[in-house]
Design a protein around this ligand. Structure first.
Ligand SMILES: [Zn+2]
Length: 257
């Protein structure tokens, strides 16, 4: 069976560091394949580490890495374009460069803005025109979110304003049960299964509240282990047809694969 991981990161700062090479990406792909994952949706959030508010120069350089990696592993990697909506014109230009010209298949929004902020609207409008999904970070943190970090309620607000855009809300086990309930009324929002460690019944809860069509497998590797994260889906109680939607069918539909 094909298994597609909808949430993976690469970065030039990630080990192993070997002069003049980018072995990290090859090692990551080997690691995914070792547990049966054949295709990876990848983003880069920066070349030198994670900057919460990347400049256009920084997000372009991050996307350059993804374009390079896609060219090297075209049968495995599917790139999403990372932008900072606070730079509207530069972000729209970058979406054209990466998606229209470069073959990426979606947009990644992280923590430079809340999803409920109207600053994201031009980006979502462009996603609607292009028919590509938006992978939006979200979390409910007991320690408090970063100032511009979205909660699932923020994602719900974005979805309400942009009902024709397929949104993938990241981190089921960061959003939790409350996060699933927040997005349930908006059929254009999906949730990926990444986040914390596996937790009994949380995937089944998402399937019951949202339908299997709105749940996608994502690991958030290399921050999390491919195998442990895949175990959340393989170990959840459900019919095989539903599990297949989560492991590949839903992403194939959204990306037109
Ligand atoms: Zn992530």
């Amino acid at each position: 069976m094909t298994i597609i991981d909808a949430h993976v990161h690469i970065g030039r700062f990630m080990p192993p560091f070997r002069e003049g090479s980018d072995d990290f990406v090859a090692d990551l792909i080997d690691s995914a394949r070792s547990v049966g994952i054949s295709r990876l949706v990848v983003t880069s959030l920066g070349n030198r580490g994670y900057t919460h508010y990347p400049t256009p120069q920084e997000f372009r350089a991050a996307n350059d890495h993804v374009l390079e990696a896609m060219a090297r592993f075209p049968d495995v990697l599917i790139g999403f374009c990372y932008v900072n909506p606070r730079y509207k014109e530069e972000s729209l230009g970058e979406i054209d460069r990466c998606i229209v010209a470069g073959g990426m298949k979606g947009i990644k929004l992280w923590i430079s803005q809340k999803a409920s902020d109207s600053v994201v609207d031009p980006i979502l409008a462009r996603a609607a025109e292009l028919g590509v999904p938006v992978l939006q970070h979200a979390w409910y943190k007991t320690t408090g979110n970063y100032p511009d970090e979205s909660t699932p309620a923020d994602v719900a607000a974005m979805a309400r304003r942009h009902p024709t855009v397929n949104i993938i809300m990241a981190h089921l086990t960061g959003a939790g049960y409350r996060g699933v309930i927040d997005i349930a009324p908006y059929p254009n929002v999906h949730v990926d299964t990444s986040g914390g460690d596996p937790e009994s019944t949380v995937v089944e809860f998402a399937v019951r509240e949202l339908g299997a069509e709105r749940v996608v497998f994502g690991s958030d590797a290399p921050g999390r282990s491919f195998g442990v994260q895949l175990g959340k889906v393989l170990g959840a109680g459900m019919e095989d047809e539903r599990r297949e939607l989560i492991l590949h069918g839903n992403v194939e539909r959204m990306l037109g694969l």
